[in-house]
Design a protein around this ligand. Structure first.
Ligand SMILES: NC(=O)c1ccc[n+]([C@@H]2O[C@H](COP(=O)([O-])OP(=O)(O)OC[C@H]3O[C@@H](n4cnc5c(N)ncnc54)[C@H](O)[C@@H]3O)[C@@H](O)[C@H]2O)c1
Ligand SMILES: O=P(O)(O)OC[C@H](O)CO
Length: 341
């Protein structure tokens, strides 16, 4: 193990992270312990503050490692990863992925990884489908996903992630770059399965947060998580994912973390709804993206189109978009006809 870590430490690579929110910053901080990392964001003033203070307002109290550069110049971020074997990481929310990729179109792109977890609000597309629409089939790309709160990663606590890609070379590049220290990186070819797990768990965390906020107890929480996993699996299989993927880190692992961990922004949306707060107030108070909100609408429409039964997602979407009360969500789920598990 010792030997493996020191070998990996020798493989310093160039990495650019595009998107300086909580997760992009935490990933950049981690990789900068072993690699030459540049963090780019679209807010030049915020980046200037980050450069001066060596910390991010998204992750206060966590000081950047010496090797982390911060830059507001997009061309510099791309030039940084010009040599083969470099890694370009798109670290924006799903809503920002299409515009960000638009900025990359026509430029030489090395290995491309995206960190966002969701379905696109208007189109119901997964991130890899957006990448294909904007950049075509020629880019080697993949999703890095799994149970990972940015604050814990910034603190250097252990975590395990999965890189999913059809490209074996891309998977190897990401493992060689990111696996090591307190971060384990597994590989999967099941890109659709990994992306569906990461997206739908956010909706289920809203449901669980609401149930917990209403004081429904630990039995109800366990039921929601388990039936939620069944929902994720049904949709994921319908979209080409493999059943076993949903039992892994990016399925059950991330579902458990996000539904039960109070660091989750999506869970906090559910807790806020249970307190009777309006959605726009909750989102404003969060100050971060909560992907489960747009995702609930996209998944409700997609599941209806595909004929996939998703009662918890539908109930969450009812509260978020149709004015249903959280209590009505519970009543709606409990009043369903009995069925085989
Ligand atoms: N925070 C976590 O713990 C965590 C962990 C794993 C995955 N994720 C996922 O990563 C994605 C980003 O989450 P986050 O926590 O960094 O969100 P955040 O709300 O903390 O920050 C989002 C950042 O994205 C930037 N952004 C938005 N559109 C952009 C665009 N078009 N180009 C460049 N930057 C853009 C914003 O300016 C902001 O800095 C989400 O899909 C989230 O689900 C987050
Ligand atoms: O804070 P959340 O709810 O966006 O979840 C963050 C990560 O996706 C957890 O793996």
């Amino acid at each position: 193990m010792q030997e493996k870590t020191s070998k990996q430490a020798g493989l310093a690579r160039k990495v650019s992270v595009l998107g300086a929110g909580a997760w992009g910053t935490a990933v950049a901080m981690t990789l900068a312990q072993r690699h030459d990392v540049l963090l780019w964001g679209r807010n030049a003033a915020a980046l200037e503050t980050m450069r001066a203070t060596r910390e991010s307002s998204y992750l206060p109290g966590y000081i950047f490692p010496a090797g982390l550069q911060v830059a507001a110049d997009f061309d510099a971020a791309l030039a940084h990863v010009a040599e083969p074997g470099s890694l370009l990481i798109a670290a924006c929310p799903v809503a920002g992925l299409r515009p960000l990729l638009g900025q990359l179109k026509g430029r030489p792109i090395p290995n491309l990884v995206w960190l966002c977890k969701g379905f696109e609000y208007d189109t119901g597309l997964l991130p890899h489908q957006i990448v294909r629409e904007v950049l075509g089939d020629t880019v080697a790309g993949g999703a890095l996903s799994g149970p990972s709160f940015a604050q814990e990663v910034a603190k250097g606590l252990p975590c395990a992630l999965t890189i999913a890609s059809a490209s074996a070379a891309l998977r190897a590049c990401v493992v060689e770059t990111a696996h090591g220290g307190n971060m384990r990186v597994y590989s999967s070819e099941d890109l659709a399965g990994v992306e569906v797990g990461g997206a739908v768990k956010n909706v289920l965390a809203i449901a669980t947060g609401a149930a917990d906020g209403l004081g429904l107890g630990l039995n109800a929480r366990a039921a929601l998580i388990t039936r939620g996993l069944a929902e994720i699996t049904r949709l994921g299989v319908a979209l080409g994912g493999q059943t076993e993927t949903f039992m892994g880190l990016t399925g059950m692992g991330d579902l458990i973390l996000t539904c039960t961990g109070d660091l989750s922004r999506n869970r906090r949306v559910g807790l806020g709804l249970a307190q009777g707060k309006a959605l726009d107030v909750i989102v404003q108070e969060l100050g971060h993206v909560a992907e489960g909100v747009p995702c609930a609408k996209a998944v409700r429409e997609l599941a209806a189109r595909l004929g996939v039964e998703m009662p918890i997602t539908n109930a969450v979407a009812g509260v978020l978009f149709d004015g249903d009360q959280p209590q009505a969500m519970v009543a709606r789920l409990l009043s369903r006809d009995p069925k085989g598990e």
